[in-house]
Design a protein around this ligand. Structure first.
Ligand code: SF4
Length: 699
């Protein structure tokens, strides 16, 4: 591995966006003595940046940066030329495909990839490889909210309104979200509701976000669905239901109510631990507000019942008449940088660009026409992310895997098993910035550009399409992901020009492929974005101004009505028992992002939180003999993690918390349960049964 040379600037100052989360804070990169960042007055962040954004330039000069392809020889990764590496990848993929069929090659993408990369990766899988086996890590993050949004509203856009609308809210209920740590500048949009006494936070932990709430509801992990039913019950029973809205704009209330009627607040208190009076108070605050919002995030979604849990919160919002009403609404806070755009353009197992379904004959015809192939040559739906990882290297599973923009060894649930499956493959290729834990297992590692070194578009959590401009030349030896795909496609026999390497050219093709689909980008162009237009999809034509607010005139279902969905509480897939008596929940800390592959390289971030820890109530710690700062062994049925003890008085006595950013034996995902939501196929990251003991040899 070579040390990255200092990047050379192509311009002195460039307006761009942060490399990390879905808030996509506006920032300016400038090059003087070094590369510096400054916040920009962009509506999503209004001049704010978190510590991750401020320190992002350190990624550009990290000594850990890869600058030459690596090929495994005699068990070791050794430098190779691009020609040799790409030739090897293409020839091995062709061999494996010839021997085992096209589905023997799988592709795994990421929610941080630009729209152009997500699009080209999906096309590469279906056209150049002919495989149905493609999915991505957004399946782990946002798929339950997406499924519930489609079910209720007919289309999924995380926030169907601009973030700045939240400033006018009198009440906001935030379920399973901790933006004070995950996206701090977002909090300024909640100030209005907080000042009016209407900020309600639902979280089993007293997080920094919950600290700021006017009302904090702390349900036992895995009982959020029951809590939403209890608040819905209170709202209806106490006369807060907006009957005229339900009659005119929705269907299905009666069926949903038949279940919710059995979840009166005292009953829900027994299930969740949240006082009945607090449930009624939450209903009153939302119903009494002139403008109110219900917002959900990973804490709601990452369950084996995640889709139903989001539906339960949507039912509450519908009963109160919020969605599609100006100044009010329901939304999901998307997490990954391009979590929204990444789920729209075809890297998902069941999807084609423009948020089209791959099993829809009309969608196949349209997209195949844009790609210049026959519709019947496109494969059908493949396996979802965990199901794909679970069968790697098995008799009926793929024999080879290409990974772009994901670090599954750290971020997938039951990660020891996933590592084992990767090791069973005949051939693994990654495109990566640094030698991540997943790349360390690969046969070929291709060094690619990042964030400020390439052009590309991202779609933020509001559905606004953003241009992230190239600010610096990449280090010598590094190529863009698009160039990698183009080079491989050529070697796999694709005609010249079918896989362009230029981002704007790819985007032009994406526009055509998305035209007429739910996420229609056909009217978005680089020129309009360069001119600073705020374009929220759908944008079905060059003269169309975009759609900042969806649903004001009707929902996307035929007939224009939103749908209540009847849902009931079933609880976590793995309830605590005598052997594993505690709930473990996982999440993020301010200083790190996702698997930590990037933020662990930034000294300022890593020095602040350098290792995994476990938050535990002092009484629970006492019973396990654990002192503050000592080491605990946290064990589940799938594995064990040694973590530094933090005794936190506000924790529930039945819950421990671990962040999931750390590698090796510190992976919180060694513990997590891959039980899947039946609709979204999202794993149950947010709750599993564990026990706590003193680590042998601990001080
Ligand atoms: S990590 Fe998110 S909140 Fe922090 S600066 Fe980047 S985009 Fe903004």
């Amino acid at each position: 591995m070579r040390t990255a040379e200092s990047p050379r600037p192509t311009r002195r100052t460039v307006d761009t966006h942060c490399p990390y989360c879905a808030l996509q804070c506006g920032m300016t990169l400038s090059r003087g003595a070094g590369t510096e960042v400054a916040p920009r007055d962009f509506p999503a962040n209004a001049g704010g940046l978190c510590q991750k954004g401020w320190t992002a330039p350190a990624l550009l000069t990290s000594p850990a940066r890869l600058t030459t392809p690596l090929v495994r020889v005699a068990g070791e990764l050794r430098p190779a030329s691009w020609e040799a590496a790409l030739d090897l990848v293409a020839s091995r993929l062709l061999e494996i495909r010839a021997e085992h069929g096209p589905d023997a090659v799988a592709v795994f993408g990421g929610g941080g990839l630009t729209n152009e990369k997500s699009y080209l990766l999906g096309k590469f899988a279906r056209v150049a490889l002919g495989t149905s086996q493609i999915d991505y890590n957004g399946r782990f993050c946002m798929s339950s909210a997406a499924a519930a949004g489609v079910r209720a509203f007919g289309v999924d856009r995380g926030l169907p309104f601009p973030l700045t609308d939240l400033a006018g809210a009198d009440a906001v209920l935030l379920a399973g979200a901790n933006p004070a740590e995950t996206m701090p500048p977002f909090l300024q949009h909640l100030r209005g509701a907080g000042a009016k006494g209407g900020l309600i936070v639902v979280d089993p932990r007293r997080t920094p976000t919950a600290e700021q709430a006017n009302l904090h509801l702390a349900p036992a992990p895995g009982t959020d669905l029951a809590l939403a039913l209890g608040i819905l019950h209170a709202a209806v029973a106490d006369g807060h239901m907006r009957q005229s809205y339900a009659d005119e704009r929705t269907t299905g209330f009666e069926a949903a109510w038949r279940i919710a009627a059995a979840y009166w607040p005292e009953q829900v208190e027994r299930i969740t631990g949240v006082a009945a009076a607090d449930q009624r108070r939450a209903a009153e605050l939302l119903a009494g507000a002139r403008n109110a919002y219900v917002l959900t995030a990973r804490g709601t979604e990452q369950h084996a019942t995640g889709t139903d849990t989001v539906s339960a919160w949507i039912n509450l919002a519908l009963a109160l008449g919020l969605p599609g009403t100006r100044g009010s609404g329901f939304g999901c806070l998307t997490g990954q940088g391009n979590g929204q755009g990444g789920r729209e353009h075809g890297q998902k197992a069941d999807q084609l660009p423009g948020y089209r379904k791959i099993d829809d004959p009309a969608a196949r015809e349209h997209v195949a026409g844009v790609w210049g192939v026959r519709a019947d040559s496109l494969p059908g739906p493949g396996r979802s992310a965990y199901e794909l990882l679970d069968v790697l290297g098995t008799e009926h599973g793929p024999r080879a895997l290409l990974v772009f923009g994901s670090n599954v060894v750290v971020s997938a649930p039951r990660s020891a098993h996933v590592t084992e499956r990767l090791s069973a493959l005949d051939f693994v290729v990654t495109a990566d910035l640094v030698l991540s834990e997943t790349s360390a297992l690969a046969d070929v590692v291709l060094p690619v550009t990042q964030w400020a070194e390439e052009d590309g578009t991202m779609t933020n959590l509001e559905g606004r399409v953003l241009l992230r401009r190239k600010a610096l030349d990449p280090p010598v030896g590094v190529r863009t992901d698009l160039a990698v795909l183009a080079g491989l496609a050529r070697r796999l026999g694709q005609p010249e020009g079918r896989f362009p390497a230029d981002a704007e050219t790819v985007f032009t093709e994406l526009r055509a492929a998305s035209a007429g689909g739910p996420a229609d980008y056909s009217g978005v162009s680089y020129d309009r974005l360069r001119a600073g237009e705020a374009l929220y999809w759908p944008v079905p034509g060059e003269a169309h101004p975009g759609t900042p607010r969806l649903f004001l005139d009707g929902f996307a279902h035929p007939g224009g009505r939103a749908r209540f969905v009847p849902v009931r509480h079933t609880g976590p897939a793995e309830p605590p028992d005598e052997r594993y008596p505690l709930h473990a929940t996982t999440g993020r800390v301010l200083q790190h992002y996702q698997s930590g592959a990037q933020t662990r390289l930034v000294d300022e971030l890593n020095d602040t939180v350098p290792e995994v820890f476990v938050e535990v109530h002092p009484d629970t710690a006492e019973r396990a003999g654990l002192a503050e700062g000592g080491l605990a062994l946290v064990s589940s049925r799938r594995g064990a993690v040694t973590a530094r003890v933090r005794r936190v008085g506000s924790m529930r006595r039945d819950v421990v918390f671990l962040p999931f950013h750390f590698p090796g034996e510190a992976r919180a995902n060694l513990l997590t349960n891959p039980a899947l939501d039946p609709v979204s196929r999202m794993p149950e990251f947010k709750v599993c049964a564990v026990r706590l003991s003193k680590e042998d040899g601990a001080e």
